[in-house]
Design a protein around this ligand. Sequence first.
Ligand code: NAD
Length: 247
Amino acid sequence: MLKGKVAVVTGGTRGIGFAIVKKYLENGAKVVLFGSRKETVDKALAALKNEDPSWEADGAYPDLSDPKKVEEAIEAVKEKFGRIDILVNNAGISDSTKVDNYEPGQFEKVIGLNVNSIFYAIQPTVKIMKEQGGGCIINTSSMVSISGQPGGVAYPTSKFAVNGLTLSLARELGPSNIRVNAVAPGITRTDMVAALPKEMIEPMAAAIPLRRIGEPEDVANAFVFLASDMASYVTGEVLSVDGAMRA
Ligand code: NAD
């Protein structure tokens, strides 16, 4: 479904991002995964090489809080692969702190990675996509971007912003043949979920109509669809992949 396309996936070393990287490679794309550290990027690339040596995967670890470093990393992808067809903004951190307990700077840290970094990656990529005549951007939102969540207010706040950015850029960039969508996963089996308190997860899991939490692959399938030509008339959409869970 993605033969010949070049993709960048941030937060691609583990969890949902790593599942997206694998599905993109399986579907014929060339993928550059961004991670936070050299060791984790190298480990992810080694695992991919081990699984299928013919997959074309590369990696980088720009500081996503530094717009200049992100721009350089995006330009390096264009330099090496000639184009960028798909940008997946997936890196993110969650939060469950009660409002009284927030430390100074903690709110800003979550917003910084989950919102500002997305903008830093989008800006140089849009320039490249406009020059080549189009592309697509997919942002990882969350089910809490619809319902909010009781605690960790920075996290749902950041994901509401992701939806706003997605809808607005879809409208701005449609005339340039750039589609912009988001995927809103429900509770999904990754390290991020493992870090949340049990008493937050168990009641939610019991209330899921499909009676299971999502697997990273469930979510990655939506990213394949949205990046493919099958979704050629889909833009400005926030696609829920949550088993109809409604918090
Ligand atoms: P994860 O913790 O397993 O992976 C997060 C990824 O983000 C990692 O690859 C990590 O390297 C990267 N990252 C984190 N901090 C970074 C930083 N400072 N700089 C660069 N990269 C950084 O999490 P996940 O569950 O796979 O989450 C991926 C995305 O899915 C996030 O945006 C998250 O908000 C969203 N999400 C997850 C769930 C869930 O239940 N797991 C639900 C809804 C949305």
